[in-house]
Ligand binder design. Structure first.
Ligand code: ADP
Ligand code: MG
Length: 225
């Protein structure tokens, strides 16, 4: 099974941090939509993947030593031309020289959506806890997040969403600007997964883009216990 293989492989390499491509492969297995993450190991591979995706792409460094990829130039966005992809590939490789780089992730650019975050943390008292909030200034400055102990019910998921101060932003002015049912599906799937897989210690889906129809995970990392 895909999920077990990814976790076992990391464990046997003595890694507790699952890189973006590994974390997203697990999410896809759970039926969660992501922007994907195909791994290129050469510049030519990156170009081939770019052509096969037939879309503007993002390139990102994949390294067991790099948690915040956009620090130090590990994320390149809005690449529309083959030459942009080549330059971005080379720039990332040269920025991370001397670090163990697993490869470079090539993925579709997601259309702009409302930025949200979904997290799992481990609380000494409550055990695994699910967190939801809106991204950027909402979480960093306003600390506008909601928490529930895992496992959650579907009505817990609804409450978590309604409880944040930014909820009006999700409702929009005319009907829904974010697909609340799709967001509840995502929260439930993460909760159910963590409930059954005790080796998951932390998860950080940041950002998740919310759309009027559906939502997609743009970046993910998982920490094993
Ligand atoms: P970091 O490890 O620094 O958190 P991210 O993968 O989250 O790296 O990328 C940084 C930012 O770049 C994201 O918060 C998002 O705004 C943007 N971004 C990354 N990947 C994509 C993508 N595939 N489509 C659209 N925007 C993206
Ligand atoms: Mg991120």
């Amino acid at each position: 099974e895909v999920i077990k293989d990814i976790i076992d492989q990391a464990k046997s390499a003595d890694r507790t941090y699952l890189m973006e491509h590994e974390s997203k492969a697990i999410l896809e297995e759970l039926g969660i939509s992501t922007t994907g993450s195909v791994v290129a190991r050469t510049e030519e591979e990156a170009v081939e993947i770019f052509k096969s995706l037939a879309s503007p792409v993002a390139l990102k460094v994949l390294s067991p030593d790099v948690v915040h990829k956009s620090d130090a130039g590990g994320v390149k966005l809005h690449l529309n031309e083959e030459n942009d992809v080549r330059r971005a590939y080379r720039d990332i490789v040269s920025s991370f020289q001397g670090k163990p780089v697993e490869g470079i992730s090539v993925q579709k650019m997601a259309p702009t959506g409302i930025e949200a975050i979904v997290g799992v943390a481990n609380d000494p008292t409550f055990g695994p806890v699910l967190m939801f909030g809106l991204g950027g200034v909402f979480v960093e400055v306003l600390k506008d997040v909601s928490f529930r102990s895992i496992p959650i019910t579907r009505s817990d998921a609804q409450e978590m969403i309604e409880e944040i101060r930014g909820y009006s932003l999700l409702k929009g002015s005319r009907g829904h600007s974010a697909d609340i049912e799709a967001l509840k599906d995502l929260l439930m799937r993460i909760s159910d997964f963590v409930n059954l897989e005790p080796r998951i210690w932390e998860m950080d889906l940041n950002p998740v883009f919310l759309y009027p129809h559906g939502c997609t995970v743009v970046d993910a990392r998982i920490i094993l216990g």
